[in-house]
Design a protein. Structure first.
Length: 237
């Protein structure tokens, strides 16, 4: 929950704004509920309430730049008179279909593809780190009170927008089991497969050695037969 208050000129009374989200993580296509509570103790009148979802794209390369784009917005004519309060829940859904004609919107993929959505939030542990290079995407809900004859009052609520976990991985994680090695896109040889190769290689070596031994034994027999033949010839002579 985020809250702020503002006092106006020539008055010691304040206008208080409180805003909160029902959760911090949302999936693409999921509606966002914003709880707004306004306490107007000032002499001013709140004319309208504006709720918007803003996408921030920080480009961190050789030079830094930030692009800001409103991807969802609603404007309610809810007036808050002096010495009164307002408690309301506003719902809005950021979708790519409502932002196809806008420039500067970060996407997950190409605009011509059907499965393209708004870019998911970038999870970075330390944004100030020098290793954080690329495009960092973040989202915030902005709640703005339009005050008559006075400055506006606004707060921002950060949240995470991302894709849901695939059904297969979700079922396996719920079952408490890890993803097996056979389901990986890149198959690595296991320890057993290496052992099988070693055994096969040893077997081949033994087989070759047996053949070589047999060949050596045959050579010895042939050589002994030649010696016997020579000895017979020598005795005959």
């Amino acid at each position: 929950m985020v809250e702020t208050s503002r006092s106006f000129l020539m008055s010691d009374r304040t206008l208080r704004l409180e805003a909160s989200l029902d959760k911090e993580l949302y999936y693409h296509g999921e509606p966002i509920s914003v709880n707004v509570h306004v306490t107007n103790n000032s002499t001013k009148t709140v004319k309208r309430v504006k709720i918007s979802v803003r996408q921030y794209a920080d480009i961190c390369l050789f030079s830094s730049a930030q692009y800001k784009c409103t991807v969802a917005q609603i404007e309610a004519d809810d007036q808050v008179c002096p010495s009164s309060t307002l408690c309301q829940v506003y719902t809005l859904t950021p979708l790519l279909g409502d932002n196809r004609d806008k420039r500067g919107v970060a996407l997950d993929g190409k605009l011509k593809h059907e499965d393209t959505n708004l870019a998911s939030s970038t999870i970075v542990r330390d944004v100030s780190s020098e290793d954080a290079l690329g495009i960092l995407v973040s989202y915030r809900v902005r709640v703005k009170l339009v005050v008559s004859r006075g400055g506006d009052v606004a707060v921002e609520l950060p949240f995470v927008l991302m894709h849901p976990k695939p059904a297969e991985l979700q079922s396996e994680s719920d079952a408490g089991g890890a993803v097996s090695m056979d389901t990986n896109l890149i198959e690595f040889e296991t320890k057993n497969s290496f052992q099988d190769d070693f055994v096969f290689e040893d077997f081949a070596r033994l087989q070759l050695k047996g053949i070589q031994d047999d060949k050596d034994e045959d050579d010895l027999l042939e050589s002994s037969a030649e010696l016997q033949k020579v000895s017979v010839l020598f005795h005959a002579a």
